[in-house]
Design a binder for this molecule. Structure first.
Ligand SMILES: Nc1ncnc2c1ncn2[C@@H]1O[C@H](COP(=O)(O)OP(=O)(O)OP(=O)(O)O)[C@@H](O)[C@H]1O
Ligand SMILES: [Mg+2]
Length: 239
């Protein structure tokens, strides 16, 4: 990574559907990025849940009580200010991971205008798939106002895929999405206890210890991050 001027990338993690795993993916991606030596900012765009901010708060308490963890800075951004705030903090970071609320909002619309890419976590059920019509409208609108050249690169990340029977489910979901012109990254995230537990206690799956540690969860989160960072955002990562 160049030590001269930072060329920060903004990764939006967003979807109008609630509970699809946006915050889970955002906080884990932030830690994976930091572990790869990227200077990362977690931006919490959800004024209702404030999941990322709460996660960062619990994490700080762990650090204050002596646990050695990578420091993740998290800032809250809201409403009309999001678009400007994201651009202003930009140069201080290699990567901003923005966790948006699970509903249509001014913040989400602002994010779509400035983001370098959008990642939409989605579960593989039909209900989730139907929600993509609304995202399609929002993305099309945002493409009319983009601050950089070109349409917003938007990718689905299939999340909470069943550990058994998941391959078929994921294949069907990809076909369903393709009919509406959406594409999903190759990597998927399975439904695993480690993802539920880690977030509650301010950790990423990388940092869980003892019986809570799940190497499969770690490997798939790192692989998904690398895929997005290298192939979608064009970041250079250490091997
Ligand atoms: N891969 C996974 N495996 C197991 N549990 C998961 C996984 N991804 C998310 N969850 C769980 O699903 C629930 C919703 O996740 P999360 O809060 O990340 O979604 P969200 O999209 O940010 O929701 P909201 O729209 O409310 O902000 C949480 O309880 C979380 O622990
Ligand atoms: Mg959330």
């Amino acid at each position: 990574m160049s030590k001269k001027k930072r060329l920060s990338k903004i990764l939006g993690v967003g979807h109008t559907k609630g509970g699809v795993g946006k915050s889970t993916i955002a906080v884990n991606f932030a830690v994976v990025a930091a572990s790869l030596d990227l200077k990362v900012l977690l931006a919490d765009l959800d004024p209702v849940q404030r999941s990322s901010s709460k996660w960062a708060g619990v994490r700080r308490q762990l650090q204050d009580s002596g646990r050695d963890l990578l420091s993740i800075r998290c800032v809250g951004m809201e409403g009309k200010g999001v678009h400007r705030d994201l651009l202003e903090v930009g140069e201080d970071y290699d990567l901003i991971v923005a966790d948006a609320g699970g509903f249509d909002s001014v913040a989400l619309r602002g994010l779509l205008v400035v983001a370098d890419a959008l990642l939409m976590p989605a579960n593989v059920s039909a209900f989730e798939m139907w929600e993509f019509g609304r995202m399609q409208e929002l993305i099309e609108q945002a493409n009319g106002f983009r601050v950089s050249d070109g349409d917003l690169p938007s990718w689905v990340l299939l999340n909470q895929v069943g550990v058994t029977g998941g391959v078929k489910e994921a294949k069907e979901a990809r076909e369903f999405l393709a009919e509406d012109g959406f594409k999903a990254i190759d990597r998927v995230i399975h439904s695993r206890k480690a993802f539920r537990r880690g977030a509650e206690v301010g950790l990423s799956v990388l940092e869980q210890t003892g019986r809570a540690r799940d190497q499969k969860a770690i490997d798939e989160m790192i692989a998904a991050f690398r895929d997005v960072a290298e192939n979608v955002l064009g970041l250079e990562l250490p091997s």
